[in-house]
Design a protein around this ligand. Structure first.
Ligand SMILES: [Ca+2]
Length: 487
């Protein structure tokens, strides 16, 4: 049909006169011919848009906060049961070797939304409410995933945690999202008051709101509200970025969920019991959302990706087994995360892939799924070959990690890690010596072999220097005039 319409459009817009019918048009009085051309062109544009929209999937990206690799039952959690995530894994592709872009929140989110390493977009560390303890400022002019999808015709929404700026020009509506229903801040001090340092960062677009209820349940309901609305506009695909705050501390499950956990595990220590209940409550909410996606008839045309922004926090009773350490650490416990992509059909359902990529590969993947314009400067790699059932390119890929932080341990400096092939060079604060691990023989990172392989260390250090120089071109504090305006 499109070919037929295109043929008429070529005739009527005068771009081609090879068809016999054009002779008739030439004889029509000019205004009538012009009107005809306009309406047929309009029809062509509308039909093309409909056809493209029908073939482009809706995109949902669900990001948990601090969910550890070992705290989901499909990856072997001994106590937590996550039946809904487990089902999503059986319906989709489970990625077993993906890492977060950073071991803490904001940089991973900046990388995810821009497709570039976090220090190349001004966010090497966490953005916080107090300027003297804030270590990032999302660079102006870098298109986000929402910008790019929006430009290609998607409706775009974020529900939940933003954490990439507390004020203009870096609020979600200013960085590409048509709709925002969530909170701007870095975390909540309480899942029911939603306040951070006594400040309410909850917003619906630009409007401050005071919703009642547990944040996980609110974000689920707001996402369902959004899906319901979008289901009435089937001609336009949507992108929903649902960033849950859970299970980031404070570990605060609803009381009835904690009671049930205690009944199930009467001997479990209190900290762990809170975590079990908290993650299971999150999983239950995820299940509610996916049920609604089915009920609205959207599942067959919606790709769903799920991951976490960094590893679990060990002092808060979270687990990243079998990996070493946790959140804030460049050992794999801080970086390895649950990672699932469910496609619109069952071709790859239940498969597992050990490709070692980073969170922001979802950026490149979603752009390709949407047929949107890719970012020429991206550092991300599209996972589309895997989604098609093919192998990823053999091209060597280096993975780079950076985190800048305040307090006495870090003093505002950055620390880094790099993975190339089987080698991983890292340190966990800016002042201790680098360590080297052979991930192929020692995936748990137990034996530091830095003294045994000086050539490897030197190569990786040179590579890190190049990464650090590249990141150094972008400011990670607000410009002077903005800082002055804030005072
Ligand atoms: Ca986090």
């Amino acid at each position: 049909m499109l070919q037929t319409v295109a043929r008429y459009a070529m005739i009527c817009t005068g771009t081609c006169y090879d068809f016999g019918a054009s002779i008739v048009l030439r004889q029509i009085h000019f205004p009538l011919a012009a009107m005809l051309r306009f309406f047929v062109l309009l029809l062509l544009v509308s039909l093309t848009h409909l056809a493209v929209a029908a073939t482009r999937p809706n995109l949902i990206l669900i990001l948990a906060d601090d969910l550890g690799f070992g705290d989901v039952s499909y990856q072997g959690a001994p106590d937590i049961q996550t039946p809904n995530l487990d089902r999503l894994a059986t319906q989709g592709i489970t990625f077993s070797s993906m890492r977060a872009n950073c071991t803490v929140c904001s940089p991973t989110r900046a990388a995810l939304l821009t497709g570039r390493y976090a220090d190349r977009v001004g966010v090497p560390g966490v953005i916080r409410t107090s300027p003297e303890n804030s270590w990032g400022h999302l660079a102006a002019g870098v298109p986000t995933l929402a910008d790019r999808l929006g430009h290609s015709g998607y409706h775009t929404a974020i529900v939940g945690k933003w954490h990439l700026g507390l004020q203009t020009p870096n609020t979600p509506n200013e960085r590409g999202f048509d709709f925002f229903h969530g909170f701007l801040g870095d975390m909540m001090d309480d899942y029911y008051t939603h306040l951070r340092g006594g400040i309410n960062f909850m917003r619906k677009n630009q409007q401050t709101i005071e919703p009642r209820g547990h944040a996980t349940e609110l974000f689920t309901q707001w996402s369902i509200d959004y899906l319901r609305k979008r289901s009435e506009s089937a001609d336009q695909p949507f992108f929903l970025y649902l960033a849950y705050n859970a299970p980031h501390f404070p570990i605060q499950p609803p009381a009835d969920w904690l009671d049930r956990t205690r009944q199930r595990f009467p001997d479990l220590d209190d900290k762990r019991a809170h975590n079990v209940a908290f993650v299971e409550h999150l999983d239950h909410n995820l299940g509610t959302l996916l049920e609604q996606l089915d009920a609205l008839g959207l599942s067959q045309n919606t790709v769903v990706a799920f991951t976490s922004d960094n590893g679990g926090s060990l002092p808060h009773g979270q687990r990243n087994l079998p990996w070493r350490d946790g959140k804030q650490s460049h050992y794999d416990g801080g970086l390895r995360v649950p990672f699932i992509i469910r496609l619109t059909d069952a071709k790859r359902a239940g498969t597992t892939c050990d490709y070692a990529g980073l969170t922001f590969d979802l950026n490149a993947t979603f752009l390709e799924l949407a047929g949107a314009k890719p970012d020429a400067e991206t550092d991300a790699v599209s996972l589309m070959p895997i989604l098609r059932g093919a192998a990823m390119p053999d091209a060597p890929r280096e993975l780079y990690f950076v985190r800048r932080e305040g307090n006495n341990r870090y003093v505002g400096s950055a620390y880094h890690a790099v993975i190339r092939g089987k080698w991983k060079l890292l340190r966990n604060d800016p002042f201790t010596p680098y360590e080297l691990y052979d991930l192929s023989s020692d995936p748990q990172e137990t034996e530091n072999v830095v003294a045994k392989h000086p050539d490897v260390v030197n190569q990786l250090k040179r590579s890190l220097q190049a990464h650090i120089q590249q990141g150094g071109r972008v400011a990670w504090q607000p410009p002077m005039e903005q800082t002055a305006a804030d005072d």
